[in-house]
Design a protein around this ligand. Structure first.
Ligand SMILES: C[S@@+](CC[C@H](N)C(=O)[O-])C[C@H]1O[C@@H](n2cnc3c(N)ncnc32)[C@H](O)[C@@H]1O
Length: 177
């Protein structure tokens, strides 16, 4: 982590940060914490990098690519204190393609340590149920909160659109034992 950020500090990984509402506001509000964002969508990455530069953020690093590849091949283990997954693509008919599957929780466990938190927000109730079942099968994780919005997460355009269309938000938080 020191090689990436020039310092050792608690580190949050945000997966699929989209337009970056959360990761940008948090990197500004929590300068004592390192933030690593991973995203596959190039226009979103460009927009967030431009805003990060304009805001002068020194505690934010962006990786372009698939989070599974980042965790599997590119990041040393045990470095993450928080992993945030906010509104992952739902794949309603192909649950096997959902991010919150055993392969992902295995990689989160590898990259976390005791106390590392995993946050999920989704506007698809069946996704929240699916994720809760997946994580419950891994004894390294303990469910810490259900239905509790993290104070640090602002309303993103994506979430606001869901609300406008009548969808509510489902929140889950686990921690590594
Ligand atoms: C529905 S959007 C939500 C964006 C944002 N988190 C929010 O709350 O507004 C899901 C995002 O995850 C990204 N994504 C999907 N699969 C990914 C993966 N395997 N690795 C990294 N990002 C991914 C997509 O490009 C997209 O920007």
């Amino acid at each position: 982590m020191e090689a990436l950020f020039g310092r050792n500090a608690p580190c949050t990984l945000e997966v699929g940060f989209g337009m970056g509402e959360c990761i940008l506001s948090r990197a500004q509000a929590e300068p004592e914490r390192n933030f690593l964002g991973v995203e596959v969508h190039l226009p979103a990455i460009g927009a967030v990098c431009a805003q990060a530069a304009a805001m002068g953020l020194e505690n934010l690093r962006i990786v372009r690519g698939d989070v599974l590849r980042l965790l599997n091949d590119q990041l040393a283990p045990s470095l993450l204190d928080q992993v945030c997954v906010f509104f992952p693509d739902p794949f309603p008919r192909r649950p096997e393609r959902r991010l919150m599957r055993p392969l992902f929780t295995e990689l989160v466990a590898l990259h976390g340590r005791a106390g590392t938190e995993l946050f999920l927000a989704t506007d698809i109730e069946s996704y929240a149920e699916f994720a809760e079942e997946v994580v419950a099968q891994d004894p390294r994780f303990a469910l810490r909160a259900r239905g509790e919005r993290p104070t640090f997460r602002p309303l993103s355009k994506y979430e606001a659109k869901g609300h406008a269309e009548g969808r509510e938000t489902w929140e889950l938080r686990w921690a590594l034992r």
